[in-house]
Design a protein around this ligand. Structure first.
Ligand code: XMP
Length: 328
């Protein structure tokens, strides 16, 4: 795509001018398309003077941290540091059941870990006499810009949203936002021409607080493991059925209630997995996705048979509004 290719060249040129010959840049990545495309552009512009940071918050999806690391570092050649803070996050989430409290804990801990990692990188760079960290990369898109200057979408007032890098005002760094004039479909097109895998380019959005807001009630390592496995089966079958791109967002949630079941000739008393899948243009309103029954049947039986601790699967048939896309 000609326009997109020239956009990349112009943006690289602009970034080089803004950053200059010695300054360093940091930015958080999540494995989502926005932060990856932004990081790619930055990396092409200034190479290893850009330092990407991935925070492992313990509530990413199954094997996600390793997958993101492999893709960004090894396939895309981005200078990446992984900050493994899963114990810190899970420790702070212990005993917390209120959705807003979970969101605040994760948001604040994220900033803390990101800043600490930034400081470490800064110390090293300065010691090596390679200049200073002066800029923060953010993958803000045009709709985010509009939302923050003119109005708050309904979900923003209902849930405290936190985004990768979205709350880092106190870092005294100048912000660079290569995607601030683009819509999501344009970012995907950019990603594709820069050689990012289709799998990543078409990835469903994933909330900053991760699966912590998809585990109702307390978030423990055991609960994280259950929902991760169920979600992995769900997404795998959606992809196999060729439905992934038709659905705007799909995930499994874990309901911390128990119901009675039977396995072989034994009574079981286990938790419930709720499957969510929606179609939407803007994520402000959404319709639940009309799955073919045979696909639901397959997914349900795989989850119940393969995920210990689950004996019942339900499908969420609520539209937004009045329900929201996430359960918390
Ligand atoms: P709701 O649940 O409000 O979600 O209907 C709308 C969209 O926003 C995502 N979401 C978040 N994204 N940080 C994010 O970056 C958050 O804290 C957050 N909470 C919800 C949600 O996954 C859906 O795509």
């Amino acid at each position: 795509n000609w326009t997109m290719a020239s956009f990349v060249d112009k943006e690289i040129e602009r970034i080089r001018n803004v950053v200059g010959p010695t300054a360093q840049v940091i930015g958080a990545v999540s494995g989502g398309v926005d932060s990856t495309v932004a990081a790619m552009i930055m990396s092409k512009a200034i190479g290893d003077r850009f330092h990407a940071i991935l925070v492992d918050n313990g509530v990413m999806r199954l094997n996600e941290c390793q997958i993101v690391q492999k893709t960004l570092q090894h396939h895309l050649g981005i200078n990446l540091t992984v900050a493994d803070a899963h114990d810190l996050f899970l420790g702070r989430l212990k005993g917390v059941t209120d959705p807003e409290k979970k969101r605040k804990i994760i948001g604040n801990t994220f900033i803390e870990v990101f800043e600490a990692e930034g400081n470490k990188i800064e110390a090293q760079v300065e010691q090596e006499g390679r200049g200073k960290i002066e800029f923060l990369l953010q993958g803000t898109l045009y709709p985010d810009v509009i939302e923050s200057i003119s109005f708050k979408g309904p979900s923003a007032t209902i849930k405290t949203h936190h985004n990768v890098g979205g709350l880092l005002d106190d870092m005294k760094l100048k912000v660079i936002e290569p995607l601030r004039e683009l819509f999501k479909d344009e970012v995907r097109a950019l990603g594709a021409i820069m050689g990012i895998d289709d799998e990543l380019v078409w990835r469903h959005p994933f909330p900053g607080p991760g699966i912590a807001i998809r585990i109702l009630g307390e978030v423990t390592e055991a609960q994280v493991n259950i929902v991760r496995q169920a979600d992995n089966i769900y997404i795998e079958e959606i992809k196999k059925a060729g439905l992934y791109r038709k659905i705007s967002q799909a995930y499994a949630a874990l309901l911390p209630i128990r119901s009675v079941g039977v396995m072989g000739d034994k009574r079981t008393y286990e938790q419930v997995i709720a499957l969510r899948a929606v179609e939407t243009k803007d994520f402000m309103t959404a319709d639940w996705f009309e799955f073919p029954y045979d696909i639901l049947k397959l997914i349900s039986s795989r989850i119940i048979n393969e995920v210990p601790g689950v004996n019942r699967v339900v499908y969420d048939v609520s539209s937004k509004p009045p329900a929201t896309i996430e359960w918390e």
